[in-house]
Design a protein around this ligand. Sequence first.
Ligand SMILES: Nc1nc2c(c(=O)[nH]1)N[C@H]1C(S)=C(S)[C@@H](COP(=O)(O)OP(=O)(O)OC[C@H]3O[C@@H](n4cnc5c(=O)[nH]c(N)nc54)[C@H](O)[C@@H]3O)O[C@H]1N2
Ligand SMILES: Nc1nc2c(c(=O)[nH]1)N[C@H]1C(S)=C(S)[C@@H](COP(=O)(O)OP(=O)(O)OC[C@H]3O[C@@H](n4cnc5c(=O)[nH]c(N)nc54)[C@H](O)[C@@H]3O)O[C@H]1N2
Ligand code: SF4
Ligand SMILES: [Mo]
Length: 576
Amino acid sequence: MIACTRDCYDTCVFDDNFRPIKSEPTFGFTCSRGNADLRRNESNRLLSPIVYGREASLEEAVREIVRTVKSLRPEEILHVEYDGNQGLLTWYYPARFWNAVGSASTDYSICSSEGHAALKEAWGCSCGAGVEEFKRARAFALWGSNASVSFIHGWHLMKDKYKIVIDVWKSETARKAEKSYIIRPSTDGWLALGVIKVLVSRGYGDLSDVEEPERLKELLDRVTVTDVAEVTGLSEEDIVELAELYYYYEPLTVIGFALGRTFDGFNSVTLISLIPAVLGLGRWFYYSNTYSLGVDFDYLRGLHLARPSRVVGMAEVGEEVEKGKIKALFVWNSNPILTLPLGNRIAEAAQEGRLFLAVHDPFVTETVKAASVAVPAPTYLEKHDVVYSYWHDYLVYNEPIRPRKGITEPELMRALAKEYGLTHPLVEEDPWEAVNVALRGTGVTLEELREKKVVKVKRKVPSSRPTAKSVSMPKRPKDGVYLVFSSHPTSTNTQFTEVYGYPKDLLTNDYEGQITLTTGFGEVTVRVRRSELVPKGVIVAYKPSLKLGLNEIVPPLKGRTGTPPINSTLVELRKP
Ligand SMILES: Nc1nc2c(c(=O)[nH]1)N[C@H]1C(S)=C(S)[C@@H](COP(=O)(O)OP(=O)(O)OC[C@H]3O[C@@H](n4cnc5c(=O)[nH]c(N)nc54)[C@H](O)[C@@H]3O)O[C@H]1N2
Ligand SMILES: Nc1nc2c(c(=O)[nH]1)N[C@H]1C(S)=C(S)[C@@H](COP(=O)(O)OP(=O)(O)OC[C@H]3O[C@@H](n4cnc5c(=O)[nH]c(N)nc54)[C@H](O)[C@@H]3O)O[C@H]1N2
Ligand code: SF4
Ligand SMILES: [Mo]
């Protein structure tokens, strides 16, 4: 058995012949990436360590990294890792070395942290519905979620059920849904407030299940359905209709990660999550179940014994590199030159010798191409690890089904520690022992996982009622043209573009041809294609089109808890 470790809701489970398992949670099918994985595994691989442009031995690469680390102050060194591989040993464990030497860490905010923080504040935990509830639900309301593309097994369980989509363009999912509402970008908080207002004023719902409801009551008094219509671009009838559909169908609310990446996303996620509570349905939403599994991620990262010297927002990495505050980056499991706001500043600084960039990746990515030192990593098909899902409840013990190329993350971490002369309990603890300890709260032991390979966890979901103490009046986004992003069926973020290519055109309502997009941070010239699916004031880019350098203009802003509001990128257009 092996599970796909890519950053994806589905975490597909495969048998030893790499066929998707017929049973839950994979139901016998997978995506275009899963179908091409074995083939892709043999192409575009980084096969040898590289030190300043030439092939080198692993020892040389490790020496060069440690020499640089020792020559700098810990605060000038930042490790950047994200969810390229969702394995406990691959993603989390290697941070131990960097925490032990006291370098800076990121805030891990690029994707979903804003929504996690919002839901934790309101509900005590961001966790919600799982596979069982998806099966049981008779309808779904999807906000900022392109689930038919980004979450295909969740979507599979929505088949033949009533689906309502709230998006900013007629996405693939909006087109397939029974009902869709297309609103102005970043106005979801207003719409949620409008829905609650209608439900309460018509007696369809009330605030009796909401703790500390005063602030919400105050907002309901201040806002009218007419205001909500004006801000969202919907008609008043639409808003009433959406509230009626909520009342009639009691849909399971799916809150897409895209929403945490909007302007005022914290508030939007909070307000949307309160709709089911107003209907007396409790925690009838899904965002991410990571924090109900009981895995101790902090233990894996060694935070019980060591702390980073400082935390840098993922929004700010490019800017800090440009300003010279960061002099060395150690990257794994991530392709930050393409995926972080102003990520191109990393490439420029490395090229000009202002930044030492070390990268550990299985593939020759843009970040690897710009690296001072690159070290090959095995893919998930080539190493042991324990994998979890942010949707389903199964832990999987991954075993290699392909010969290994490269050095694993724990091995590289230990090689760095040895060269450094670091004797710290964090790097001395055996990686598997660390996994065993980190799994304690799951009720599953490593031994059991090794024997059974796939084990269902009993998730811990608090039955708390929500509090409305963190809601505030939604902010009104400025008028203008917004660049928004969506998942694409043939890639996971920037991965797989070497197999399937990537869309070269962005989608707009009213123009076709070359166009220059400008923000206060730079400009990028792209081709756009006219599409009736996109309303005025919106430009849609699929995530693999990040290859066009779109993050060169995404501002290094932080949301309430750090996540950059990437989907609220206000752009000026210049036509030639
Ligand atoms: N403008 C804009 N920017 C965005 C987004 C957007 O919508 N718009 N989306 C954001 C979101 S949601 C996310 S999650 C981030 C994603 O940002 P990234 O994490 O940078 O995204 P990926 O392109 O998936 O890159 C993952 C990298 O991990 C590598 N990898 C895979 N497996 C392994 C392994 O086993 N070991 C090691 N060492 N490396 C491995 C892959 O080869 C790849 O290079 O991007 C964000 N950036
Ligand atoms: N095939 C595929 N699957 C993926 C990924 C992938 O790259 N490809 N990426 C994975 C990752 S890292 C993540 S985070 C998830 C993301 O998956 P989702 O949570 O589905 O998020 P996105 O695909 O970023 O965007 C979903 C929708 O949000 C809409 N949107 C943008 N701004 C707003 C807004 O202000 N309001 C509303 N209501 N909608 C808005 C976009 O138009 C888009 O249609 O998917 C994961 N699954
Ligand atoms: S990328 Fe997602 S849907 Fe595709 S194989 Fe991996 S987990 Fe499954
Ligand atoms: Mo993400």
